[in-house]
Design a protein around this ligand. Structure first.
Ligand code: URA
Length: 271
């Protein structure tokens, strides 16, 4: 390199230093900047461009269906986690669906003998059941006791529960949705108690257990089977004692159903 061109080079470097250049990027400088320019920057809005909403952000409440779906999913998991009837009772007590039954004071889980061959399943607790935490202790319960006695049974030989453990407001009939939410608990209840036979007292219990829309007048008196944890469990739908109190003439049909039950229980004797 000639002295002249060396001096010219040094002068150029000084000029760059003076201009603030502190790093040599070689001959690829133009390409380097081109690469940086290729990166698409995230759109950044200046504060002035940002549209600031003055409305407070309120999360949309879940719909009734979404709430029901979540409760159902929780019920399946909770019920499956219970290995004993005591655990099931405790899980039902804690289950958050309780909040949907503001009239309820006590959980109504079951009464009678959990080892009995037959399990009766009613609708939901009424005022007296709610107060005492025991199913079928009001007027319907007194009639149920009479019907049991007529076929030689009492609460030491029968197990009694409901599709809902909480008293619905104003003693209304449980909705199908409520029944479906609590169904995993009921199925686990049947599985853990292990009755040989079940009796659905009234249309709500019969429709829920059998998964049908047919009315109780069609269903009553006919045995069906439900599958509970891979075991087939016979179900006999019959009329609800509360219905019989309002329609005493229908006791004839209920009597026929109870005789039918008695015969089936006789068939299990000695087993
Ligand atoms: N009716 C029901 O279905 N269940 C009860 O426990 C009481 C009344």
């Amino acid at each position: 390199m000639s002295t002249e061109s060396r001096e010219a080079g040094l002068a150029l470097l000084k000029w760059y230093a003076h201009a603030g250049a502190d790093e040599a990027v070689g001959t690829d400088a133009a390409a380097l900047y081109a690469k940086e320019a290729d990166v698409t920057p995230l759109p950044v809005k200046s504060p002035a461009q940002k549209q600031v909403s003055l409305k407070p952000k309120i999360a949309k409440p879940p719909s009734e269906e979404e709430v029901a779906e979540r409760l159902q999913t929780d019920a399946v998991a909770l019920a499956a986690s219970c290995a004993t009837l005591d655990e099931l009772r405790a899980a039902m007590e804690d289950f958050e669906a309780k909040a949907h039954f503001p009239a309820a004071r006590n959980l109504v889980f079951a009464d009678g003998n959990p080892q009995a061959k037959v399990m009766f399943i009613g609708e939901a607790p009424g005022e007296q059941e709610d107060r005492r935490g025991i199913p079928f202790v009001g007027r319907s319960g007194q009639l149920l006791d009479l019907m049991l006695a007529a076929v030689g049974l009492d609460r030491t030989e029968a197990y009694i529960s409901n599709i809902l453990p909480w008293r619905p407001m104003s003693n209304r009939t449980p909705t199908m949705q409520e029944g479906v939410i609590f169904l995993p608990f009921l199925m686990r209840h049947i599985e853990l108690a292990g009755p040989r036979l079940t009796v659905a007292l009234g249309g709500s219990a019969a429709k829920l257990l059998l998964g049908t829309n047919q009315g109780i007048m069609r269903l009553r008196g006919h045995w069906s089977e439900i599958e509970v944890a891979a075991r087939k469990v016979p179900v006999l739908p019959t009329l609800h004692p509360a219905y019989l109190l309002r329609n005493p003439l229908a006791k004839r049909e209920a009597w026929a159903d109870f005789l039918n039950l008695k015969q089936r229980l006789r068939g299990l004797e000695g087993e």
